[in-house]
Ligand binder design. Structure first.
Ligand SMILES: *Cc1c(COP(=O)(O)O)cnc(C)c1O
Length: 383
């Protein structure tokens, strides 16, 4: 099954009609647009999409339609993708470490917003990047980090300067005539607004240390998707908390706000249809997809537990739920989902397991390892 032109009602209809042998990633554009609008209307600042979480062209198109006007890009390929698909959109090159060749390509693309987390990388920018393109000022945002709190996955261990170091860089950026701003990324799938609060307070301290008023504060991504059955993330209260914390900390010096959600925007607009290859001796369940495919990030961020099990006619299995060990199709023993997944007791070979909320870090990290990974794509009205 390749790219389906048809728009289906829902994943069950696809199963009933096609009984797909390969995994199918199912996309609901209306869900993506609704989520994008709730960010654009609810977040008290500019919403930029972190392209790495799902760079499918259909995603970019639907986000632009829904009013997303900025993108967080991390490589020349992502810069080109957005330049081609959303030529009027802002591109923030917020990967703080770049080769000189990558910097040259981004200068060619007249990138107006850059982040850095170290003197060596800032010096590369100061050497090469003009302070303006066509009369528009170039912004450089030192990225700072704090000990992790509230996130499932610690991005701080790879990127981010200490607050003192960020203050030094902020001052240098301002002295050299660039627009001084600050950025941080609290981690991913942060369900508690506390993840942003301490960062925002420290952003104000950094400005005071540097004696510089930050033009903008980018509060990163990390907005949660709906991964756990019955626990729907409350984006509105996260947005409110961020706005109030900024007003409280900065008062009249409040910087303009930017956020760069990946997962929070795209994840819930996709579901992954997988098929049960075997229920080995009635116990372990082998699926046709796993950690080398569309479920790549589960060992790092935990199971997607919004699942449905359907028979080949698209009817839900209804037996009592028991925990099962789930293996993917490859011969590698790490190809196993974390812990156990609650599946109905009557699940049998040939059934389908649908993982909802599967749109982030899945399509883009799917591999062909061991000859698997032939992922189909389909569009639906509802998930
Ligand atoms: C990956 C990344 C994001 C998006 O993270 P999500 O958890 O998917 O929202 C945002 N900003 C930066 C700098 C990133 O590296």
């Amino acid at each position: 099954m390749g790219n389906m032109k048809t728009v289906w009602d829902n994943p069950a209809e696809i199963i009933r009609h096609l009984q797909p042998e390969n995994p199918v990633m199912v996309f609901a554009p209306t869900v993506l647009q609704a989520r994008a609008r709730s960010f654009v209307e609810g977040f008290p600042g500019l919403v930029t999409y972190a392209v790495k979480s799902n760079p499918e062209e259909a995603v970019i198109e639907n986000l632009v339609t829904a009013g997303i006007s900025g993108f967080d890009v991390a490589s020349p390929a992502e810069i080109d993708l957005i330049g081609r698909m959303a030529p009027r959109a802002a591109r923030h090159y917020h990967n703080p470490v770049r080769s000189r060749a990558e910097i040259a390509q981004a200068i060619e693309a007249k990138i107006l917003a850059w982040s850095v987390d170290s003197r060596s990388e800032l010096d590369k920018l100061l050497d090469a990047v003009p302070v303006e393109f066509d009369g528009k000022g170039v912004e450089i945002s030192p990225r700072f980090k704090l000990p992790v709190m509230g996130a499932i996955y610690d991005f701080g261990s790879k990127f981010g300067a200490t607050p003192e170091y960020a203050a030094e860089m902020l001052k240098l950026v301002a002295d050299r005539g660039y627009i001084p701003s600050l950025t941080f990324h609290p981690g991913t799938q942060c369900t508690d607004p506390i993840a942003w609060e301490s960062y925002i307070h420290v952003a104000k301290e950094i400005c005071d240390m540097a004696g510089v008023k930050a033009h903008r504060l980018n509060v990163g991504g990390g907005f949660p998707s709906h991964r756990v059955a019955g626990v729907e993330p409350d984006l509105t209260s996260i947005f409110t908390e961020i706005g109030e914390t900024v007003a409280e900390s900065f008062g009249t010096d409040a910087p303009d706000l930017v956020c760069e959600p990946g997962r929070g925007l795209c994840a819930d607009a996709f579901s992954l249809i997988t098929r049960v290859k075997a229920v080995r001796d009635g116990m372990a369940v082998f699926l046709n997809d796993g950690v080398y495919g569309g479920l790549a990030e589960l060992p790092i961020v935990g199971n997607l537990d919004r699942i449905e099990v359907l028979d080949p006619q698209g009817r839900p299995r209804g037996g009592d739920v028991t925990g099962r060990i789930i293996f993917g199709p490859t011969c590698d023993s790490v190809d196993r989902l974390p812990g156990e997944l609650p599946l109905p007791a009557d699940v049998v070979e040939g059934d389908y397991v649908i993982f909802h909320g599967a749109g982030a870090y899945s399509v883009v990290t799917n591999t062909r390892f061991n000859g698997f990974g032939a992922m189909g794509h389909a569009t639906v009205m509802n998930l």
